[in-house]
Design a protein around this ligand. Structure first.
Ligand code: NDP
Length: 315
């Protein structure tokens, strides 16, 4: 049978390109989990995704109620869930003040990490129940959360510190809008959220891979300098960032190529190893990449998991 893959944030950028690649392969039905139904419907049509190859289901990761409702709605589709891709993200590099989700969490970590954490935990049950031969849970990471790379060393660097802000509820009370309890910095909040994504993938692997057979994976698809992720950046940055990545760092990839990479992590028979952070070399060949010290810290992964459980009401 065709596989069924949920992709969050499939209305643009990497998520849309991945949805298109999977739908066009004829082997996948894509559940596009998005906050804006009309935008997603238009994007799917404009991308030429074959009719009947996708279903759009509403999901706003900035609300835990919406996440729970999404899980209910998806179950009502009566389709087995074979792969879940946590891809959606917000990036607010120019924000001077934090903004907050419906549950009162700082937005970047709230959407990118906590919303996905609840979603992934809930859907693990569905993945377990699926009879698909290769079930996968993929959480999109990033080079910018990895301080063992050049890009990850451009300030502000990711740093979860002792997690005091997360422990205090990440609600902006006192100085708790950042995981480490430091002053708010939108660019750092995004990077911190990506470290949480990569830690969560590994903690899932340690806790559930053997028991469930699900493959847990993360990836850095390359610098997709043209996506909506940079929509809140200053215009000069948006103008110069794509050519800078193309000609200077040479880390640039097109949305189409990045979508093919993520689609490989969804469906390639050779990429079934669990607990891996995939990257691609200059010839577009995948390899198992190394994570930074913080992004592979098992003790921190456990603590982030436990604190996140409390915040999303699972503990
Ligand atoms: P885009 O901004 O193009 O896509 C982000 C997606 O997330 C959009 O579909 C957006 O929906 C969705 N989204 C944002 N907030 C919410 C929310 N509250 N609920 C549901 N969906 C939401 O960016 P990219 O395609 O670049 O980003 C996709 C992933 O790739 C992210 O995880 C990012 O960290 C990662 N990444 C990107 C890189 C790059 O260079 N661009 C590099 C490395 C990793 P809407 O259309 O409604 O706004």
């Amino acid at each position: 049978r065709t596989g069924n893959a949920i992709i969050t944030g499939a209305s643009s950028g990497l998520g849309l390109a991945t949805a298109k690649a999977l739908a066009e392969s004829g082997k996948w039905h894509v559940i596009m989990a998005c906050r804006d139904y009309l935008k997603t419907a238009r994007a799917a049509r404009a991308a030429g995704m074959p009719k009947g190859s996708y279903t759009i289901v509403h999901l706003d990761l900035a609300s835990l109620d919406s996440v729970r409702q999404f899980v209910k709605n998806v179950r009502q589709l009566d389709m087995p869930i074979d792969v879940v891709v946590c891809n959606a993200a917000v990036y607010q590099p120019t924000a001077k003040e934090p903004s907050f989700t419906a549950d009162g969490f700082e937005m970047s970590v709230g959407v990118n990490h906590l919303g996905h954490f609840l979603l992934a935990r809930e859907l693990l049950e569905d993945l377990k129940a699926s009879d698909y031969p290769s079930k996968r849970l993929i959480i999109v990471g990033s080079i910018t959360g990895n301080t063992n790379t050049l890009a990850g060393n451009v300030p502000p660097k990711a740093n979860l510190g002792d997690l005091r802000g997360l422990a205090a509820g990440l609600n902006g009370v006192g100085s708790a809008a950042m995981i480490d309890g430091a002053e708010f910095d939108g660019a750092k909040a995004y990077r911190d959220s990506k470290v949480c994504n990569m830690l969560t993938m590994q903690e899932f692997h340690r806790r559930y891979h053997e028991e469930t057979g699900v493959t847990f994976a993360s990836l850095y698809p390359g610098c997709i300098a043209t996506t909506g992720l940079f929509r809140e950046h200053i215009p000069l940055f948006r103008l110069l960032f794509p050519p800078f990545q193309k000609y200077i760092t040479k880390g640039y990839v097109s949305e189409e190529e990045a979508g093919k990479r993520l689609a490989q992590v969804v469906s390639e028979p050779s990429l079934t190893k669990s607990g891996v952070y995939w990257s691609w070399n200059k010839n577009s060949a995948s390899f198992e990449n190394q994570l930074s010290e913080e992004a592979s810290d098992t003790e921190k992964a456990r603590k982030v998991w436990e604190l996140s459980e409390k915040l999303v009401g699972l503990a």
